[in-house]
Design a binder for this molecule. Structure first.
Ligand code: DCP
Ligand code: MG
Length: 397
């Protein structure tokens, strides 16, 4: 039975935005198991299930030490029956059979490979799998019509599935900064997403651009994109005026100034120094892992026929997202694009459920006062929401 005296009692508030979650995770074996099930649920568009696993995962990430005993979990929020069963199995055997079965399932593997193509989401992948397409080879042989994003995604598949290092993000930042300033002097460029939270690697590089004078930022992105393109930095780009609204599920979307939200999805051509090209010695463990991934059964063979050639190239492809916000919305955009995704989601849930407010990457609306609450900094937004300020490095939920 449970040994009361030996049990460590952790106290964890239930919303991720009330907690400080650093990159130091004491429970990686458990969180990786839950993360795989969350990912599988996301790939299968089982949203409720996915969020339940993500919340459990995040609670374990927030703990100050390793869980060794089920009793350590008493009183913790968000741990549902299913998550507890997985944790129990992993604590007992080191692995969970459900996790391992999922990891090795044909469907999971096919969904991973296909959604690994930039521009391919869960719906498209599912449609292809139902047509008998599970590998890149089968996709290419099928004659399926691919849109431009997907064509570029397939072409740069290998590069885009390699982690991006912070040094690469900084090198891209230098190029972006130079081009943006040449188009709009005085513009401010901020590295956002995982890198702002202190992550050493990411799947892409995200930048937020604004200008201290409201309105000066309008129409900036098409100019920046065409300049980057003419200088040979873009392998693909799509600029949209207000894509955020299309995917936004929050209600704070009505004010007219939101039409100005601009975004550029791109694939950047990053020149690498001779010492850091792929023909050289791998400079990081992530690169070494990625290389060995080339031989794993999950990676479809054959599409990397240019593998040798690609290792001699002096450049690599990197996904880069540029977002532009007017200065009046900057704090909301900064907060909304710094992540993590779960942290953002929990913050919006907190706003809605606990404060009767509606938070988006554009604004904060107070339903009771029937007005938008202004904020010039992230700190002010946390204060409006009655939350203790959590810096980016502690938003790694
Ligand atoms: N974001 C969001 N909702 C979206 C898109 C983005 O909340 N539909 C936010 C949360 C993310 C951030 O923007 O943290 C950047 O998105 P990424 O997918 O690039 O996520 P990260 O940068 O956190 O992860 P990675 O390191 O894998 O790039
Ligand atoms: Mg990112």
């Amino acid at each position: 039975q449970i040994n009361e005296a030996a049990a460590v009692v952790f106290s964890v508030p239930s919303y991720a935005c009330q907690r400080r979650t650093t990159l130091q995770n004491h429970n990686t074996v458990l969180t990786e198991a839950l993360s795989l099930l969350a990912e599988n649920a996301e790939l299968n568009e089982e949203d409720g299930r996915a969020i339940a696993f993500r919340r459990s995962e995040a609670v374990l990430k927030a703990l100050p030490k390793a869980v060794t005993n089920l009793a350590d979990l008493r009183g913790l929020p968000c741990l549902g029956e299913h998550s507890l069963k997985i944790i129990k199995d992993v604590l007992k055997d080191g692995v969970s059979s459900e996790v391992e079965t999922t990891r090795q399932s044909d469907r999971y593997k096919a969904l991973k490979v296909l959604t690994g193509i930039f521009g391919v989401g869960a719906k498209t992948a599912d449609r292809w799998i139902k047509m008998g397409i599970s590998t890149l080879h089968q996709l290419q042989a099928s004659g399926q019509t691919l849109n431009q994003a997907q064509q570029a995604g397939l072409e740069h598949y290998e590069d885009l599935n390699q982690p991006v290092a912070k040094a690469e993000a900084d090198a891209i930042g230098d190029v972006v900064q130079k081009v943006v300033l040449s188009v709009l002097p005085g513009a401010l460029i901020t590295l956002i997403g995982g890198f702002r939270r202190g992550k050493p690697t990411g799947h892409d590089v995200d930048f937020l651009i604004t200008h201290p004078e409201e309105g000066r930022e309008v129409g900036l992105l098409p100019k920046v994109a065409s300049l980057l393109k003419s200088q040979g930095f873009l392998l693909y780009q799509k600029t949209t005026r207000n894509s955020y609204l299309e995917s936004d599920d929050g209600p704070a979307r009505l004010s007219s100034n939101m039409d100005r939200f601009e975004r550029c999805f791109s694939i950047f051509k990053l020149e690498m120094n001779p010492g850091t090209t792929r023909s050289g010695t791998p400079r990081s463990s992530s690169r070494t892992e990625s290389q060995s991934d080339d031989h794993s059964p999950q990676t479809p063979g054959g599409v990397h026929e240019n593998g040798l050639e690609s290792r001699r190239r002096s450049w690599r492809a990197v996904r880069v997202d540029l977002v532009v916000s007017p200065i009046s919305q900057f704090a909301f955009a900064l907060l909304g694009w710094t992540g993590s995704k779960l942290f953002e989601r929990e913050m919006r849930r907190w706003a809605g459920h606990e404060k009767a407010m509606s938070l988006s990457s554009h604004a904060l609306y107070d339903t009771k006062q029937r007005r938008y609450l202004r904020a010039a900094s992230e700190e002010e937004i946390f204060a409006h929401l009655g939350l203790e300020y959590i810096p980016p490095s502690q938003r790694n939920a």
